[in-house]
Ligand binder design. Sequence first.
Ligand code: NAP
Ligand code: MG
Length: 477
Amino acid sequence: MAKMCIGGEWVGSTTAKERAIINPANGEVVDTVPEASAEDMRAAIDAAQAALPAWSATPAERRAHLLLKGVELLEQHKQEIACVLTREQGKPLAESLREFEHFLHGLTFYAGLASKIRGAQVALPQDGMFGMVVKQPVGVCGAIVPWNFPLTLMGTKVGPALAAGNTIIVKPAATTPLATIQCIGLLNQAGIPNGVLSVVTGQGSTVGEELLENPKVRRIAFTGSTPVGKHVMEVAGRTLKRVTLELGGSDPMIVCDDADIKKALTGASVGRFYNCGQACLAIKRLYLFDSIADAFIQQLVEKVQRLTVGDPMDEQTRVGPMHTKEQRQEIEEQLESAVKQGAKVLIGGKRPEGEKFAKGNYFLPTLVTEVDPSTRLVREEVFGPALPIFRVKDLDEAIEQANASIFGLGASIWTRDLAKSTRAVKDLQAGNVWVNSLHIGYDELPFGGVKQSGIGREHGPEALEHYLELKGVVMAT
Ligand code: NAP
Ligand code: MG
């Protein structure tokens, strides 16, 4: 059984309960982890509070040094941890390796910023008065992480939190704790002091809830679904914690008649089917200009046909299983309701047949046209490998339809026309816009959503500010 790291100690749960972690590709048990109680979470919070004064007083350069030492250690275990990630999550091994590398890049990025945090000196109207803005850590932080990118989404919270001098407790998704536990173990082994970085495994409804309610926690960084995000804000609001929410998306991709079609085809295929469609910034609606639509759809069907679905440990595999049976059932229901309302499935739309798929949560890459915009497949977030395709007459109609969503995470436009791309950058309601580019998050750029896709930003120097309090100081000299 894997253990949790609380206050530097490797422990089981006080309840002695365990949870089996299931491989989405074959239903086998990968390992078990403690099913922690609220009491276990309180122990982690107390340890984080005890460790806070010394850690926040540690010189920033030293904090950065420890983070970088951690990155070095992690690097040595890359292959092993990527395999664990694939076995617990289901993504192809090449994607796990890429996620791992991105995770290390993010930690390195924030280690580099630790010693560059600076406040300000301010002129005050009276003579002899001296003003300053001092930046200090917020305090004990809680990181609540989903299962689709367990490592990068943990790193985008742990990196800035530790760089800024906070302590933090990670609550991984109940179904993907294993790679996270290993990484946190190695970071601690690098010399991050006991209690500064803990991991508590268990359910959102018990250990997550304790993080939200406990008054000693001053900051919650949450990534997950929009419904749970609303609950997080409500409960954390009772003790006025500082909250950032990275929530669901329904990213539109617009392809204009003057686009580089070959690149756009790759953008649509990778953008929708990466991680079996289970990405917040996946392309979830495709809008094609009328004059290119037929040819584009035909070529996209051919491209999707060539995607190899299979065992995520196999090098040839491009699309692995979905993470859970429940996720697969949800996409099946969303598709069924669209078909009932007249949608046409061009390819996929069902589970693959054959013995090698029988025990995994597989679902075929799916393209759908003639979709009624009022169906669940369009209104809701589709968190799996199915893409509804729409035809539009011009950019006005494309932008209007793209914006007709409660979500506003990302959006892209594919065009060679500067005027069209400028208009899209300005008018698309999204926290992130890509022009002729895959929907990719960069550590250097702030990332997050508008509307019901979230509040606040992760990545970039901007995210560091969410982990810092401003103190206004007046000195009479
Ligand atoms: P989820 O069901 O909302 O769960 C996310 C995390 O919240 C998990 O760790 C979960 O724990 C925990 N949780 C559940 N109930 C809780 C409660 N009452 N109190 C505290 N924590 C609680 O989301 P998911 O299904 O794992 O992830 C998929 C969603 O994440 C999608 O909507 C996706 O778009 C979104 N996402 C957004 C971004 C972004 O940057 N905007 C990035 C990636 C994913 P359990 O595992 O124990 O339930
Ligand atoms: Mg969930």
